[in-house]
Design a binder for this molecule. Structure first.
Ligand code: KG4
Ligand code: ZN
Length: 334
């Protein structure tokens, strides 16, 4: 049977990424051009700067991805591109590149939801088995998604304010740590102790939503009070305390979602799933509760285009083709 080769394009934030997959589960190339160093000196992603960098990199990345995959453009079955959510200016660069390619080659265009992409990063390692619940934790999202089949996504809960990764980035900034804040806090948390009493937002009893802004404010107060008293902050201990607050809520809500839907499979996805504490504690909890946990390797946790190509393959097989009027949707719903 004929193989399906999909070219994936992802520019929703600060990575210019292009990849090629075969039949939605085999990775042929996965090219990522990160802008992290550029944004680091601003302490966060500057949208205008991100867009301009995507423009500079996108064509080269498309060439690289095809070359590394050893696939000619005319053998590509579909071009999958992140339609949203994300930064509108950044999304538009990937979408415009995808449309231009589609227009000149006649290869169909397939729109992909970025969060679906994060979930499908797992599919590149081991085929998804349904039903499942996925906890997607990234710089822009904290969501619990139920899936009973390919292309079927149901949002069970999401953050009402900051995303988990956003909380890491903001707290790191308060603590004078570099951007992105996840890795340095994760490292510090590993050597500290939970000495600060920080809040956990459980919300309503049966809610699967999240809230992290209160936790961020609590950390701000700790730092502010210490400054006023002329006391030193115990940096590692504050990192440990903050991280444990985040992890406790993420794990508890994920397990509630698993229980509520009766599934036996939990998937972790998104940039924050690189977190060592979250990985090990969630694994321990799943072992205890008899739940099969799948976590993608670190390089597939953060933004990449392989995950977009994987979703795009299933969307293409389902006949979800976009017209050339496709536009960026910064707040795209699942
Ligand atoms: O998925 P991703 O690359 O981009 C978005 O779609 O947002 O996630 C980036 C986020 C950042 O907020 C970063 O601080 C966080 O993932 N992150 C981590 C770790 N590594 C990256 N958060 C906690 N612990 C980590 N080890
Ligand atoms: Zn992402």
């Amino acid at each position: 049977p004929k193989k399906t080769y999909v070219l994936g394009i992802e520019t929703s934030c600060d990575e210019t990424a292009v990849a090629v997959t075969m039949d939605g589960n085999e990775l042929l190339s996965n090219c990522i051009s990160s802008q992290m160093e550029i944004h680091q000196r601003f302490g966060g992603v500057v949208p205008e700067v991100a867009s301009r960098r995507h423009v500079e990199r996108i064509t080269i990345m498309i060439q690289d991805a095809l070359e590394q995959a050893g696939i000619a453009l005319q053998d590509i079955s579909a071009i999958a591109v992140t339609q949203g959510p994300g930064l509108v200016g950044a999304l538009l660069i990937g979408i415009t590149a995808a449309k231009a390619l589609s227009l000149t080659t006649g290869i169909p265009l397939v729109p992909v939801h970025h969060i679906a992409g994060h979930i499908y990063a797992n599919h590149l390692v081991r085929p998804l088995q349904f039903p499942l619940v996925s906890l997607v934790v990234s710089g822009g999202h904290t969501e619990l998604i139920y899936m009973e089949a390919h292309n079927h996504f149901e949002c069970l809960g999401k953050t009402r304010d900051d995303a988990a990764g956003e909380a890491y980035d903001k707290v790191a900034r308060l603590m004078g740590l570099p951007y992105p804040g996840g890795p340095p806090i994760d490292r510090l948390a590993h050597v500290g102790m939970e000495t600060y009493n920080l809040p956990r937002a459980w919300l309503e009893l049966d809610s699967l939503d999240f809230s992290f802004s209160g936790l961020k404010s609590a950390v701000m107060n700790v730092i502010h009070n210490a400054n006023q008293r002329g006391e030193e902050i115990q940096e590692a201990n504050l990192a440990t305390s903050f991280q444990q607050s985040v992890i406790d809520v993420l794990i508890e809500k994920a397990m509630r979602a698993v229980k509520k839907t009766g599934v036996k499979r939990l998937l972790l996805a998104g940039g924050v799933s690189a977190n060592r504490g979250l990985r090990s504690q969630l694994q321990a909890r799943c072992d205890q509760d008899g739940i099969y946990l799948q976590i993608p390797p670190i390089e597939l946790c953060t933004d990449n285009a392989a995950m977009i190509a994987a979703v795009g393959t299933y969307q293409w097989w389902a006949g979800n083709e976009a017209a050339l009027t496709l536009n960026a949707e910064p707040n795209l719903k699942m």
